[in-house]
Design a protein around this ligand. Structure first.
Ligand code: PGA
Length: 254
C-alpha cells in the first residue's frame, strides 16, 4: 500500500523566525493521519523545525545534500550532518538545482545513494523542459533521468525513496500539468521502475506530481492511479494553505 506523501518545498524562502512561526501555527490543528506530511526547508532552519515539531506528524527535510561524508567542500552540507539533526528527508535533483547549479544525473545518483546509506528518504526529482515536451521527447528525458539517477540501487533502497515528477514548465508558473498528462508520465515512471527492477518495486515506490499544485487542484492529481502525492512550492508557504493541501489530498492508500 502506498501512503500519500505531501511535501512542501520552501526553496529560499523563510528565515528561522518565520519557520518557527509557521510550525507554531500548524500545531493548532490536528494533521491528517492518512497522509505523510513533510516540510523541506533551508538548512539554517532545520534544527529549529525539528525541535518545534516533536509530537506532531510532520517530517522535516533538506533541499540538497553533498554525497561525501566530510571534506574540503566549502558551503556544502553532508548526510551525517543532517542525520545528527534528526532530519528525515532530502530533495535531490530539483530542476532549479539542475538548471542554476549544474547538477547532473551523475550527481543525483551519488547524492541519492549517500542519502539512502544514511537512512534519509530521498525525494528524487525528474521532469522535462517545455522544449522536450514540444518535441515529443518527454518519455526519453524522464527515462534517462530515472536510469542514470537511480541505477544500481537495490530493491529495498528503491522502495524507500520517493520520485517527484515535476515538469519544469509547470513549476512556479501557475501552468499546472493536467491531471491526465501528469498521470501519463507518472505511469511511465512506474513502468520504467518495473522494467529496471521488478513489479514489486514498481508497486511500492511512491511518485509525486509537482508544479503549481494548490489546495484547489491537489485532489485531481491524487485521484490518479499512479500519483501518490505532491511536491509543492508556493502553496506550502502559508500554514493554512499547507494544511488545506493535506486535508484536500483525500489520502487513500493505493
Ligand atoms: P510550485 O513549485 O508548487 O511553486 O510550482 C514546485 C516545486 O518546485 O517543487
Amino acid at each position: 500500500m502506498r501512503k500519500p506523501i505531501i511535501a512542501g518545498n520552501w526553496k529560499m524562502y523563510k528565515d528561522v523566525h518565520e519557520a518557527k512561526s509557521f510550525v507554531n501555527n500548524l500545531k493548532s490543528y490536528p494533521l491528517p493521519k492518512n497522509v505523510d506530511a513533510v516540510i523541506c526547508a533551508p538548512f539554517i532552519s532545520l534544527s529549529t523545525l525539528v525541535a518545534h515539531t516533536k509530537g506532531i506528524r510532520l517530517g522535516i527535510g533538506a533541499q540538497n545534500v553533498h554525497w561525501e561524508r566530510e571534506g574540503a567542500y566549502t558551503g556544502e552540507v553532508s548526510v551525517p550532518m543532517l542525520q545528527k539533526l534528526d532530519v528525515n528527508y532530502v530533495i535531490i535533483g530539483h530542476s532549479e538545482r539542475r538548471q542554476y547549479f549544474a547538477e547532473t544525473d551523475e550527481m543525483v545518483h551519488l547524492k541519492t545513494k549517500a542519502a539512502l546509506d544514511g537512512g534519509l528518504t530521498p525525494i528524487v526529482c525528474v521532469g522535462e523542459q517545455l522544449e522536450h515536451r514540444e518535441e515529443g521527447n518527454t518519455a526519453a528525458v524522464i527515462q534517462k533521468q530515472i536510469q542514470q539517477g537511480l541505477f544500481g540501487l537495490s530493491s529495498a533502497e528503491m522502495k524507500q525513496l520517493v520520485i517527484a515528477y515535476e515538469p519544469v514548465w509547470a513549476i512556479g508558473t501557475g501552468k499546472a500539468s493536467t491531471a491526465s498528462d501528469a498521470q501519463e508520465v507518472c505511469q511511465l515512471i512506474r513502468q520504467t521502475v518495473v522494467a529496471l527492477w521488478s513489479m514489486e518495486v514498481g508497486e511500492a515506490v511512491r511518485i509525486q506530481y509537482g508544479g503549481s499544485v494548490k489546495p484547489s487542484n491537489i485532489a485531481t492529481y491524487l485521484s490518479q492511479p499512479d500519483i501518490d502525492g505532491a511536491l509543492v512550492g508556493g502553496a506550502s508557504l502559508q500554514p493554512d494553505s499547507f494544511l488545506a493541501l493535506l486535508t484536500n489530498a483525500h489520502g487513500d492508500p493505493k
